[in-house]
Ligand binder design. Structure first.
Ligand SMILES: [Zn+2]
Length: 338
């Protein structure tokens, strides 16, 4: 549940795993639908929330697919991309987020209304420039390539991101890894790396530790999205620690999708205590009805991490940021808290 408790609000934060597509305010979905004549299953915020948010641990996949379909259909024009992104930065700023890396899949988000990818990105860049100016945040951009859209889509997304590498810092290979294993994507991912883009891969969310180890061996990503199931295998934990790979952990998301059955059993603190470079993130804050404050609350109150532990996860995020000078520019904010 989103929370704006001043105690958590005041902590300086980093967010390095957040999907633009899962971060549209419900009120904005409504306004866009009215403006562009879109269909919706409900026409007020409260009623629509039950269609665009996952409010309890998922009973079936359809709930989340339906919610994402509405989000996808909402990207009707570059002006909408700009608005959604700016509102996301604004919501992050309200929680004292200093470093924000936002990710989106152009081939997925811009598909329904056939938006031009360059125009979509330029809109996002306008929102970024405005938010950096108004809020003093540092913002990075990651291009997602969705495994489910196939290898050609991955190649196209990588080539596009390379063309924009002055503004896009990295790529993320996202989506279900069982149906579309890493082997299919090795070549385009290495092409991105060779061009100087950073790489993160969604892995070990609902798959075992071996998937994460395999991914690191094959494409050598700087970061892994989720990766929490390495906690089932001490050898995988040691491997990730030695590789120095940073995990982008999203506790509430993992609970809602049954990647962990009970939030109390989430391995975030265990992995931290074992020396893994874990960070705390929100994944899809609107769609999953969470925010960073809530994730920090879970880390502190439910999982027992100290405020100093949490500050350390922020330093890990700065060190692993895809924005090259993030640590120099923001390190002083995270020197000591609590
Ligand atoms: Zn994610």
């Amino acid at each position: 549940m989103q929370n704006f408790d001043p105690f958590y609000n005041n902590l300086p934060k980093t967010e390095i795993h957040c999907h633009l597509e899962g971060a549209i305010r419900t009120a904005t979905i409504l306004e866009i639908a009215r403006e562009y004549g879109l269909k919706l299953p409900a026409w007020n915020v409260e009623a629509l929330n039950s269609h665009v948010r996952v409010l309890e641990q998922m009973k079936d996949l359809q709930t989340v697919l339906d919610a994402f379909a509405i989000a996808q259909a909402s990207f009707t024009a570059p002006a909408v991309v700009e608005r959604v992104a700016y509102e996301l930065f604004e919501d992050a700023h309200r929680q004292n987020v200093r470093l924000f890396e936002v990710r989106f899949s152009p081939d997925w988000a811009f598909r329904t209304h056939k938006l031009d990818w360059d125009e979509g990105l330029q809109a996002l860049l306008r929102a970024k420039a405005r938010a950096e100016r108004e809020f003093g945040m540092l913002i990075g951009i990651i291009a997602i390539t969705s495994r489910g859209l196939g290898v050609e889509s991955c190649q196209r997304t990588v080539d596009w991101a390379i063309g924009w590498k002055e503004h896009i810092q990295g790529i993320d290979l996202a989506d279900g890894e069982r149906a579309n294993p890493i082997d299919l994507f090795i070549k385009p991912v290495w092409k991105a790396k060779d061009a100087g883009l950073k790489v993160t891969v969604h892995s070990g969310e609902d798959t075992p530790a071996s998937f994460v180890v395999d991914t690191i061996r094959k494409v050598s990503p700087e970061r892994i999205g989720h990766g929490i199931h390495i906690s089932d295998d001490p050898a995988a934990v040691a491997f990730v620690r030695q590789a120095g790979v940073t995990l982008e952990v999203n506790p509430w998301s993992n609970y809602l999708t049954h990647s962990v059955e009970r939030i109390e059993d989430h391995p975030l603190k265990r992995l931290f205590d074992e020396g893994v470079r874990v960070t705390i993130n929100s994944d899809d804050p609107e769609l999953l009805d969470t925010n960073l404050n809530n994730e920090y609350r879970i880390a502190h109150e439910v999982l027992g991490m100290s405020l100093e532990d949490i500050a350390q996860t922020n330093r890990y995020a700065l060190e692993a940021s895809f924005i090259p000078d993030a640590l120099d520019r923001l390190g002083s904010h995270f020197a000591a808290i609590g």
